[in-house]
Design a protein around this ligand. Structure first.
Ligand code: ADP
Ligand code: MG
Length: 238
Protein backbone atom coordinates (compact mmCIF):
# COMPACT_ATOMS: atom_id res chain seq x y z
CA UNK A 1 0.00 0.00 0.00
CA UNK A 2 0.99 3.63 -0.14
CA UNK A 3 0.47 7.00 1.44
CA UNK A 4 -0.26 10.19 -0.47
CA UNK A 5 1.83 13.33 -0.31
CA UNK A 6 0.38 16.62 -1.52
CA UNK A 7 3.30 19.03 -1.95
CA UNK A 8 2.75 22.76 -2.32
CA UNK A 9 -0.10 22.22 -4.75
CA UNK A 10 -1.66 25.22 -6.46
CA UNK A 11 -4.50 25.18 -8.94
CA UNK A 12 -5.92 27.96 -11.08
CA UNK A 13 -8.81 27.81 -13.51
CA UNK A 14 -8.43 30.43 -16.26
CA UNK A 15 -6.11 32.53 -14.13
CA UNK A 16 -8.24 32.32 -10.97
CA UNK A 17 -6.45 30.49 -8.18
CA UNK A 18 -8.72 28.18 -6.21
CA UNK A 19 -6.03 26.09 -4.41
CA UNK A 20 -3.27 28.10 -2.75
CA UNK A 21 -0.16 26.08 -1.93
CA UNK A 22 -1.57 23.10 -0.05
CA UNK A 23 0.66 20.57 1.74
CA UNK A 24 -0.86 17.42 3.21
CA UNK A 25 0.89 14.20 4.22
CA UNK A 26 -1.43 11.20 4.28
CA UNK A 27 0.03 8.15 5.98
CA UNK A 28 -0.20 4.71 4.44
CA UNK A 29 -3.52 3.18 5.51
CA UNK A 30 -4.92 6.36 7.08
CA UNK A 31 -8.52 7.53 6.75
CA UNK A 32 -8.26 11.27 6.11
CA UNK A 33 -11.32 13.50 5.77
CA UNK A 34 -11.16 16.77 3.85
CA UNK A 35 -13.90 18.99 5.22
CA UNK A 36 -14.91 22.57 4.53
CA UNK A 37 -17.71 24.69 3.12
CA UNK A 38 -18.95 24.40 -0.44
CA UNK A 39 -16.53 25.92 -2.95
CA UNK A 40 -13.41 25.70 -0.75
CA UNK A 41 -11.63 23.38 -3.18
CA UNK A 42 -12.23 19.88 -1.77
CA UNK A 43 -13.37 18.26 -5.03
CA UNK A 44 -10.66 20.02 -7.01
CA UNK A 45 -7.98 18.65 -4.68
CA UNK A 46 -9.45 15.15 -4.88
CA UNK A 47 -9.64 15.35 -8.67
CA UNK A 48 -6.00 16.45 -8.72
CA UNK A 49 -5.01 13.37 -6.68
CA UNK A 50 -7.01 11.21 -9.10
CA UNK A 51 -5.41 12.87 -12.14
CA UNK A 52 -8.72 14.25 -13.42
CA UNK A 53 -7.26 17.77 -13.11
CA UNK A 54 -3.60 18.70 -13.49
CA UNK A 55 -1.81 20.90 -10.97
CA UNK A 56 -0.82 24.46 -11.80
CA UNK A 57 2.26 23.92 -9.63
CA UNK A 58 3.38 21.50 -6.95
CA UNK A 59 3.48 17.72 -6.86
CA UNK A 60 1.42 14.68 -5.93
CA UNK A 61 3.24 11.57 -4.72
CA UNK A 62 1.60 8.18 -4.29
CA UNK A 63 4.03 6.14 -2.25
CA UNK A 64 7.44 6.95 -3.72
CA UNK A 65 6.11 7.79 -7.16
CA UNK A 66 5.45 11.30 -8.42
CA UNK A 67 2.26 10.98 -10.44
CA UNK A 68 1.88 14.49 -11.91
CA UNK A 69 2.32 13.27 -15.47
CA UNK A 70 0.54 9.95 -14.98
CA UNK A 71 -2.89 9.33 -16.55
CA UNK A 72 -5.77 8.64 -14.11
CA UNK A 73 -6.01 4.98 -15.13
CA UNK A 74 -2.33 4.42 -14.30
CA UNK A 75 -2.52 5.91 -10.79
CA UNK A 76 -3.62 2.88 -8.81
CA UNK A 77 -6.47 4.89 -7.33
CA UNK A 78 -10.22 4.28 -7.25
CA UNK A 79 -12.71 7.10 -6.81
CA UNK A 80 -16.31 6.90 -5.57
CA UNK A 81 -18.58 9.77 -6.58
CA UNK A 82 -21.69 11.32 -5.07
CA UNK A 83 -23.90 10.32 -8.01
CA UNK A 84 -22.42 6.76 -8.09
CA UNK A 85 -21.88 6.86 -11.87
CA UNK A 86 -23.35 3.39 -12.42
CA UNK A 87 -24.08 2.20 -15.95
CA UNK A 88 -27.87 1.79 -16.16
CA UNK A 89 -27.81 -0.91 -18.85
CA UNK A 90 -25.37 -3.15 -16.94
CA UNK A 91 -26.09 -5.51 -14.08
CA UNK A 92 -24.44 -5.09 -10.69
CA UNK A 93 -21.84 -7.72 -11.60
CA UNK A 94 -21.15 -6.08 -14.97
CA UNK A 95 -20.88 -2.66 -13.35
CA UNK A 96 -18.32 -3.98 -10.90
CA UNK A 97 -16.31 -5.85 -13.51
CA UNK A 98 -16.36 -3.30 -16.31
CA UNK A 99 -13.14 -1.44 -15.52
CA UNK A 100 -11.32 -4.77 -15.18
CA UNK A 101 -12.66 -5.91 -18.53
CA UNK A 102 -11.40 -2.69 -20.13
CA UNK A 103 -8.02 -3.29 -18.52
CA UNK A 104 -7.87 -6.73 -20.16
CA UNK A 105 -8.22 -8.80 -16.99
CA UNK A 106 -9.38 -12.34 -17.82
CA UNK A 107 -12.92 -13.54 -17.12
CA UNK A 108 -12.06 -15.93 -14.32
CA UNK A 109 -10.10 -13.27 -12.44
CA UNK A 110 -12.92 -10.74 -12.94
CA UNK A 111 -15.46 -13.22 -11.56
CA UNK A 112 -13.23 -13.91 -8.57
CA UNK A 113 -12.70 -10.25 -7.72
CA UNK A 114 -16.37 -9.33 -8.25
CA UNK A 115 -17.40 -12.28 -6.06
CA UNK A 116 -14.99 -11.23 -3.36
CA UNK A 117 -16.20 -7.60 -3.42
CA UNK A 118 -19.84 -8.71 -3.43
CA UNK A 119 -19.09 -10.81 -0.38
CA UNK A 120 -17.48 -7.93 1.48
CA UNK A 121 -20.29 -5.53 0.59
CA UNK A 122 -23.19 -7.92 1.05
CA UNK A 123 -24.19 -7.73 -2.61
CA UNK A 124 -24.18 -11.46 -3.40
CA UNK A 125 -27.94 -11.65 -3.89
CA UNK A 126 -28.04 -8.57 -6.11
CA UNK A 127 -25.42 -9.36 -8.74
CA UNK A 128 -27.95 -9.84 -11.58
CA UNK A 129 -30.00 -6.75 -10.83
CA UNK A 130 -29.85 -3.48 -12.73
CA UNK A 131 -29.16 -0.16 -10.95
CA UNK A 132 -32.82 0.95 -11.26
CA UNK A 133 -33.79 -2.11 -9.19
CA UNK A 134 -31.60 -1.05 -6.26
CA UNK A 135 -32.11 1.23 -3.26
CA UNK A 136 -29.85 4.24 -2.73
CA UNK A 137 -27.72 2.41 -0.19
CA UNK A 138 -27.36 -0.60 -2.48
CA UNK A 139 -26.27 1.65 -5.35
CA UNK A 140 -23.70 3.20 -3.07
CA UNK A 141 -22.39 -0.27 -2.24
CA UNK A 142 -22.10 -1.14 -5.93
CA UNK A 143 -20.13 2.07 -6.48
CA UNK A 144 -17.79 0.98 -3.68
CA UNK A 145 -17.63 -2.50 -5.20
CA UNK A 146 -16.41 -1.02 -8.45
CA UNK A 147 -13.62 0.64 -6.51
CA UNK A 148 -12.69 -2.45 -4.46
CA UNK A 149 -12.34 -4.86 -7.41
CA UNK A 150 -9.44 -2.81 -8.71
CA UNK A 151 -7.37 -3.43 -5.55
CA UNK A 152 -6.23 0.18 -5.53
CA UNK A 153 -3.54 1.68 -3.30
CA UNK A 154 -5.81 4.63 -2.54
CA UNK A 155 -9.57 5.19 -2.27
CA UNK A 156 -10.99 8.64 -2.96
CA UNK A 157 -14.56 9.46 -1.91
CA UNK A 158 -16.28 12.69 -2.95
CA UNK A 159 -19.34 13.28 -0.74
CA UNK A 160 -20.48 9.70 -1.35
CA UNK A 161 -23.43 9.87 1.05
CA UNK A 162 -24.98 13.21 0.25
CA UNK A 163 -27.76 11.70 -1.88
CA UNK A 164 -28.91 9.39 0.92
CA UNK A 165 -31.43 10.11 3.66
CA UNK A 166 -30.17 10.81 7.18
CA UNK A 167 -30.72 7.33 8.59
CA UNK A 168 -29.04 5.57 5.71
CA UNK A 169 -26.19 8.07 5.84
CA UNK A 170 -25.39 7.04 9.42
CA UNK A 171 -25.50 3.36 8.46
CA UNK A 172 -23.28 3.85 5.41
CA UNK A 173 -20.72 5.81 7.44
CA UNK A 174 -20.31 2.76 9.63
CA UNK A 175 -20.09 0.46 6.60
CA UNK A 176 -17.41 2.57 4.97
CA UNK A 177 -15.40 2.62 8.20
CA UNK A 178 -15.72 -1.17 8.53
CA UNK A 179 -14.56 -1.55 4.96
CA UNK A 180 -11.54 0.58 5.75
CA UNK A 181 -10.75 -1.42 8.86
CA UNK A 182 -10.93 -4.59 6.81
CA UNK A 183 -8.97 -3.50 3.73
CA UNK A 184 -6.70 -0.85 5.32
CA UNK A 185 -6.50 1.05 2.04
CA UNK A 186 -5.34 4.68 2.33
CA UNK A 187 -8.52 6.75 2.04
CA UNK A 188 -9.19 10.41 1.30
CA UNK A 189 -12.81 11.21 2.02
CA UNK A 190 -14.41 14.56 1.15
CA UNK A 191 -17.47 15.93 2.92
CA UNK A 192 -18.94 19.30 3.89
CA UNK A 193 -20.55 17.64 6.93
CA UNK A 194 -18.69 18.24 10.24
CA UNK A 195 -20.39 15.31 11.98
CA UNK A 196 -19.35 12.96 9.22
CA UNK A 197 -15.78 14.23 9.50
CA UNK A 198 -15.70 13.95 13.30
CA UNK A 199 -17.11 10.43 13.35
CA UNK A 200 -15.11 8.94 10.47
CA UNK A 201 -11.67 10.51 10.36
CA UNK A 202 -8.32 9.42 11.75
CA UNK A 203 -7.16 12.84 10.58
CA UNK A 204 -9.36 15.80 9.63
CA UNK A 205 -8.09 18.46 7.24
CA UNK A 206 -10.18 21.63 7.49
CA UNK A 207 -10.13 23.66 4.28
CA UNK A 208 -11.38 27.18 3.57
CA UNK A 209 -10.97 29.23 0.40
CA UNK A 210 -8.32 26.94 -1.07
CA UNK A 211 -6.06 26.72 1.99
CA UNK A 212 -5.69 24.25 4.85
CA UNK A 213 -6.80 25.92 8.10
CA UNK A 214 -5.85 23.01 10.34
CA UNK A 215 -5.10 19.30 10.20
CA UNK A 216 -5.27 16.94 13.16
CA UNK A 217 -7.23 14.23 14.91
CA UNK A 218 -10.91 14.94 15.59
CA UNK A 219 -10.06 15.35 19.28
CA UNK A 220 -7.22 17.80 18.55
CA UNK A 221 -9.46 19.95 16.41
CA UNK A 222 -12.24 19.89 18.94
CA UNK A 223 -10.01 20.62 21.94
CA UNK A 224 -7.56 23.04 20.39
CA UNK A 225 -8.92 24.64 17.23
CA UNK A 226 -6.15 26.71 15.63
CA UNK A 227 -8.42 29.62 14.74
CA UNK A 228 -11.96 30.93 14.83
CA UNK A 229 -12.81 29.42 11.49
CA UNK A 230 -11.97 25.90 12.66
CA UNK A 231 -13.68 26.48 16.02
CA UNK A 232 -16.82 27.69 14.30
CA UNK A 233 -16.80 25.01 11.68
CA UNK A 234 -16.18 22.13 14.04
CA UNK A 235 -18.66 23.58 16.46
CA UNK A 236 -16.56 23.75 19.59
CA UNK A 237 -16.65 26.84 21.84
CA UNK A 238 -14.06 29.37 20.64
P1 ADP B 1 -15.85 22.05 -3.14
O1 ADP B 1 -15.73 20.66 -3.65
O2 ADP B 1 -15.11 22.29 -1.86
O3 ADP B 1 -17.28 22.51 -3.04
P2 ADP B 1 -14.63 22.75 -5.69
O4 ADP B 1 -13.31 22.11 -5.64
O5 ADP B 1 -15.68 22.09 -6.50
O6 ADP B 1 -15.14 23.03 -4.20
O7 ADP B 1 -14.46 24.23 -6.25
C1 ADP B 1 -13.49 25.13 -5.76
C2 ADP B 1 -13.54 26.39 -6.58
O8 ADP B 1 -13.06 26.12 -7.90
C3 ADP B 1 -14.93 26.97 -6.74
O9 ADP B 1 -14.82 28.36 -6.72
C4 ADP B 1 -15.35 26.48 -8.12
O10 ADP B 1 -16.26 27.36 -8.72
C5 ADP B 1 -14.03 26.48 -8.86
N1 ADP B 1 -13.98 25.45 -9.93
C6 ADP B 1 -14.04 24.11 -9.76
N2 ADP B 1 -13.93 23.47 -10.93
C7 ADP B 1 -13.80 24.43 -11.89
C8 ADP B 1 -13.65 24.41 -13.31
N3 ADP B 1 -13.60 23.26 -13.99
N4 ADP B 1 -13.56 25.62 -13.94
C9 ADP B 1 -13.59 26.77 -13.26
N5 ADP B 1 -13.73 26.86 -11.92
C10 ADP B 1 -13.84 25.71 -11.23
MG1 MG C 1 -17.21 19.25 -4.10
Amino acid sequence: MAGVSIQNVEKAFGGVRVIHGIDIEIADGAFVVLVGPSGCGKSTLLRIIAGLEDVTSGAIMIGDTEVNDMAPKDRDIAMVFQNYGLYPHMTVAQNMGFALKLAGVNKAEIAKRVGNAADILNLDALLDRFPRQLSGGQRQRVAMGRAIVRNPQVFLFDEPLSNLDAKLRVQMRAEIKQLHQRLKVTTVYVTHDQIEAMTMADVIVVMHDGVVKQAGSPLDLYDTPANLFVAGFIGSPA
